[in-house]
Design a protein around this ligand. Structure first.
Ligand SMILES: [Zn+2]
Ligand SMILES: [Zn+2]
Length: 252
């Protein structure tokens, strides 16, 4: 199993998970053209994608999903709640997922789980090849015991480090937006993510990716500082998913 990102942040998100001949895209927050161009960076064509999974209806996660699904006849998976709010248009193949029920796309087993975020029925995913587990978590305002249970003991984690509390507080956003971002249905700050990681059993952890960093209210240095302090992990080992490039394939 391996995973990569086409880009991560409030301007667009798309993550890839590949296992043998199976490839799924999680969210598609870039335009069709941009998504195709970003896929080519990894030598991939959209025809190789077996499914698009949508976590929630925010534009940075769905922007290109409908057009990509239509052009290449790619099945799309999401919750009924997300579908009711997302701008997706007519889809060739639509599968509704239950946030408490695992499903498979060819060889890849996928466990969705619900998260608190200001969307209709948001979820995140854990992927497994039967041996190893890759957990993803972005766009979440607070950590719940259920989230901890899902991510415990993973072999790879992709975790949101959206903002630094102080930078957000002192930054340029209007007060209402600051409250939304920092709130229980907003996004995780560096310390929340560090506390989560500290709590999780992470002796098997091979890759740690930090994602969905705010360009206004965070820096990769501050996010890394928080995680290094909480876990004692090696700073150079942490992978940063950025808006422009995402991150290159991580193999499990
Ligand atoms: Zn987002
Ligand atoms: Zn969101």
């Amino acid at each position: 199993m391996r995973f990569a990102s086409l880009g991560s942040g409030s301007k667009g998100n798309a993550t890839l998970v590949q296992l043998g001949g199976t490839c799924v895209m999680i969210d598609c927050g870039f335009s069709l053209k941009e998504t195709e161009a970003r896929l080519r960076r990894y030598g991939l064509e959209a025809t190789q994608i077996d499914a698009i999974l949508i976590t929630h209806e925010h534009g940075d996660h769905v922007r290109g999903a409908g057009p990509l699904s239509r052009k290449y006849d790619i099945p799309l998976w999401t919750t009924r709640g997300t579908y009711s709010k997302a701008v997706l248009g007519k889809l060739p193949i639509l599968n509704f997922l239950d946030v408490h029920e695992s499903f498979v796309v060819k060889d890849l087993a996928i466990q969705p789980y619900p998260v608190p975020h200001d969307a209709r029925e948001p979820c995140q995913f854990v992927f497994t090849d039967g041996q190893q587990r890759l957990g993803m978590l972005t766009d979440v305002g607070m950590i719940t015991p259920h989230i901890e249970a899902q991510l415990d003991g993973c072999d790879a984690l992709l975790l949101e480090c959206n903002h630094d509390e102080l930078m957000l507080e002192q930054g340029p956003y209007p007060r209402s937006v600051k409250q939304r971002v920092a709130g229980r249905l907003g996004h995780l700050n560096n310390m929340q993510t560090a506390a989560l990681l500290d709590k999780l059993e992470h002796s098997r952890l091979k890759h740690l990716v930090i994602a969905h960093l705010s360009e206004q209210n965070n820096t990769p240095e501050l996010a890394c500082d928080a995680l290094v302090e909480a876990t004692g992990c090696d700073r150079d080992w942490i992978i940063i998913a950025n808006q422009k490039q995402g991150f290159d394939w991580c193999e499990l």
